[in-house]
Write a protein that binds this ligand. Structure first.
Ligand code: ZN
Length: 302
């Protein structure tokens, strides 16, 4: 039985606060013939070196180039919730999926509410959030699955997006680590969910953090430091004051969470690109003043 989005219920796993929807698995679908993660005609995907030698996974980060959106959303905006024309966004998503070699309807996305909830995705969720916001998995910022044929999707304009892959157990996790989500330890929660629900060993996991706002550009107020001190152990290590201005390093905070969750440091690929510095290539909320598109991280098992 598939429950309609507005009627669906989910249960919260008491041990890990992972939500699983009240659905049963359907037949599986493949993720495309080509196996190419790289190029469509005009869309280029960024790949992680640490994941590139793992057989049988699909992954890639889009840029802002190669789409049809205009103005602030120029041009490959794949966010449906930012005020762009839905038709243009869907064409952009089609181009993104073509570049990744996956069907649009194999995507599964969470609603991304800057929270720290983790959703356990099965075949029955195929296509949720692929073509509209209404069917995205509600209140979810991280997704885990061991089901082949699904492509987890997350969207960002500065927030770190994390890919987690277990090559041994054949499982993946995708995390939208906003500042709030990071303080809510969403990366560590996703690792824990993969461990408890999918049988992964943290030491086996590989992780990569997509281009996102770096410590160079992420200036925050003193209240952010106060919040972090409430939420995280030894939070000051992630903040630096330069010329009297406070900066937060979300890359370091999420990397530390992954290491503390049991990942070997050498299994973690940190970003080298700050989206705010490179708003010519990636959408950046901070660089744009707020009105802008979203790029995507896709991750799935073939
Ligand atoms: Zn920067």
């Amino acid at each position: 039985m598939i429950l309609s989005p507005e009627r669906e219920s989910f249960r919260r796993c008491p041990s890990s606060s992972v939500r699983r929807w009240g659905v049963s698995p359907l037949g599986l679908m493949g993720v495309g013939e080509s196996g190419s993660l790289v190029f469509g005609m005009t869309v280029t995907l960024h790949h992680f070196g640490t994941l590139s030698d793992i057989e049988g996974i699909v992954h890639g980060v889009s840029t802002r180039h190669g789409g049809v959106s205009r103005g602030a959303f120029e041009s490959l905006n794949v966010g449906l919730h930012v005020g762009d024309e839905a038709e243009a966004v869907l064409e952009n998503r089609r181009r993104l999926c073509e570049a990744a070699g996956v069907p649009l309807d194999s995507l599964v996305a969470g609603a991304q509410v800057l929270g720290n909830a983790v959703g356990w995705v099965t075949a029955a969720h195929r296509g949720r959030g692929a073509r509209d916001v209404a069917t995205a998995l509600p209140d979810i910022d991280a997704l885990i699955t061991d089901t082949p044929g699904l492509v987890l999707a997350a969207f960002s304009a500065d927030c770190p997006l994390l890919a987690l892959v277990d090559p041994r157990r054949r499982a993946v996790g995708l995390v939208h680590a906003s500042r709030r989500g990071t303080l809510g330890r969403i990366a560590a929660r996703a690792v824990r969910a993969m461990e408890r629900l999918l049988g992964c060993r943290p030491a086996d996991l590989r992780a990569a953090i997509a281009p996102s706002i770096g410590p160079c550009c992420y200036e925050v107020g003193d209240e952010a430091l106060a919040e972090a001190r409430q939420a995280l152990l030894d939070a000051d290590r992630f903040f630096a004051r330069r010329d009297g201005r406070l900066h937060l390093d979300l890359w370091a905070a999420n990397t530390a969470q992954l290491v503390e969750a049991g990942l070997p440091p050498q299994h973690i690929e940190a970003p080298t690109i700050c989206t705010c510095c490179r708003s010519d290539k990636f959408f950046s909320h901070r660089a744009s003043g707020g009105r802008t598109g979203r790029f995507a991280l896709l991750l799935g098992l073939r």
